[in-house]
Design a protein around this ligand. Sequence first.
Ligand SMILES: NC(=O)c1ccc[n+]([C@@H]2O[C@H](COP(=O)([O-])OP(=O)(O)OC[C@H]3O[C@@H](n4cnc5c(N)ncnc54)[C@H](OP(=O)(O)O)[C@@H]3O)[C@@H](O)[C@H]2O)c1
Length: 220
Amino acid sequence: MAPLKLLVLGATGPTGKLVVQRAVEFGWIVTVYGRRTLPEHAADQNIKALEGALDDPTALRTAIHGQDTIISVFGPSNPLASIDVFVPAYRFILNIMKDEGVKRIIALSTFSVYDPKDKPSITRWLLVTMLWAMVHKVWRTIIDVAAVFDTDGADLDWTLFRVGFLGNGPRSQVVEGYIGDGSLGMYLRRADIAEWCVKEAGRSEPRFIREKPGICSKTG
Ligand SMILES: NC(=O)c1ccc[n+]([C@@H]2O[C@H](COP(=O)([O-])OP(=O)(O)OC[C@H]3O[C@@H](n4cnc5c(N)ncnc54)[C@H](OP(=O)(O)O)[C@@H]3O)[C@@H](O)[C@H]2O)c1
């Protein structure tokens, strides 16, 4: 089987770096696209590095053209950073994917986004209420990005996986589920995101199509 052609967005952040590393270990043809290139990516002959803004449709099209799958983990690196670009960026990305015949995208979202399969949870309510009150624009952007997938993602094989708090450490086991199901927790290691995303990207029969599952790291 030919190696998968993967585009990683948000590849310069701690999670993105792990996604790229794992995909290279899988022997895939990896392209990274962002506003800067890490020296380690520029130096790796297994990685094609392209630079451009997230709302530059021409540069995005160049990055998306010919890919099999996209993994996207970009998001606000700090609460004060400008995030206006994220909603138009996803609109461009999904519509360019349709034009270019690239069907699969696995993108990061958070538990601020509700799913009909979720059940009531006080922990989630507290977490989201804190975000809503303290960094309202971040909360709004997360909700609006999810709405872009709902409105512009028809005919695409998108998966918006939702996360809570991120942490570091070696790979562990990933639990998939929905809020309030008794098994899904709020804590997730970045290494587990990378492993989960890369495995989902490599599936011949993709799962969670046009769905918003939650994932967490197994604790205890
Ligand atoms: N930390 C947590 O507990 C937590 C919880 C829930 C969700 N998240 C989300 O999880 C994801 C991964 O988090 P992380 O801590 O591993 O990585 P991160 O440091 O938040 O990395 C964010 C990535 O997004 C890119 N990015 C941010 N703003 C951008 C902009 N305006 N234009 C272009 N690219 C932009 C960054 O590029 P540059 O390197 O160029 O800045 C970087 O590649 C992020 O989306 C984060 O928001 C984090």
